[in-house]
Write a protein that binds this ligand. Structure first.
Ligand SMILES: Nc1ncnc2c1ncn2[C@@H]1O[C@H](COP(=O)(O)OP(=O)(O)O)[C@@H](O)[C@H]1O
Ligand SMILES: [Mg+2]
Length: 236
């Protein structure tokens, strides 16, 4: 479970995130929408404890991330730009990065993980620098799965994916959901948010302006609400 409680981050008087309150339960996929600069990455970085909040708390399974101890093992993270080693194969990348976070998977289980996320068998032992973005993304998801964390944070995971890769990504998301992972992701993809998200938040200028269940709204209504939110005046 992920919880933000009055979570705020200010840089030299400039509020990047203001009084965020949200909960992501096991099996929820919470999609954060909002223009560039809205505070999505700041939110994720606070949950990862990459940055320290100005006030409020980010909690993972009830533990305050700023307290450090014992929290990281509950969290998997896929950044916007996944930096894999181009000269290593998908399998070697998975073994290396999963090994950093804990136990290095043996060859057989690494292969199984990569097949499980839909990486073509012929690609598993090929160098990553020839992979498509979708294939790299799958390695990222395999790394996250290897960790067996019950919370997953993703920053714009579908940006730059073609529709087929994006669809495959959605299938992996639903698989993670079934495994009771709590997922928080930043995205610009309204369609994917409505389609794969259980909850949708719309942020503007560091504030969560709307938070709703994706079943409560049609894709057309979501687009309308998003556009209206972007137009509305901000009161600091
Ligand atoms: N390290 C930083 N120093 C100063 N301002 C920052 C820093 N990181 C983010 N910001 C500001 O915080 C706001 C939110 O940024 P960010 O969370 O990256 O937005 P998003 O991911 O929604 O595009 C922006 O106005 C951005 O310029
Ligand atoms: Mg961002």
């Amino acid at each position: 479970m992920l919880e933000a409680i009055g979570l705020s981050k200010t840089y030299d008087q400039h509020p990047a995130l203001t009084d965020l309150n949200l909960t992501v339960n096991s099996g929820d996929v919470y999609c954060l929408l909002g223009a560039n600069g809205a505070g999505k990455t700041t939110t994720i970085n606070l949950f990862m404890n990459f940055i320290t909040p100005t006030s409020g708390q980010a909690k993972v399974n009830g533990l305050d991330v700023a307290q450090g101890q014992g929290v990281k093992k509950h969290l998997a993270y896929i950044p916007e730009n996944l930096n894999l080693y181009g000269t290593l194969s998908g399998l070697e990348n998975l073994q290396f990065f999963a090994g950093l976070g804990g136990e290095k998977p043996d060859k057989a289980s690494a292969e199984e993980l990569l097949r499980g996320v839909g990486l073509p068998s012929e690609a598993i032992h090929r160098r990553v620098n020839k992979y498509s973005k979708g294939m790299r993304q799958k390695v990222g998801i395999a790394i996250a799965k290897a960790k067996q964390a019950d919370n997953l944070l993703m920053d714009e995971p579908t940006s730059g994916l073609d529709p087929q890769a994006s669809n495959e990504f959605a299938q992996l998301l639903s698989n993670l959901r079934e495994n009771q992972v709590a997922i928080l992701m930043a995205t610009h993809d309204l369609f994917r948010a409505k389609d794969s998200g259980t909850h949708i938040g719309i942020m503007r200028a560091g504030r969560l302006v709307h938070s709703l269940k994706s079943e409560e709204i049609t894709l057309g209504e979501l687009e309308q609400l998003y556009l209206e939110t972007m137009k509305s005046t901000v009161y600091a």
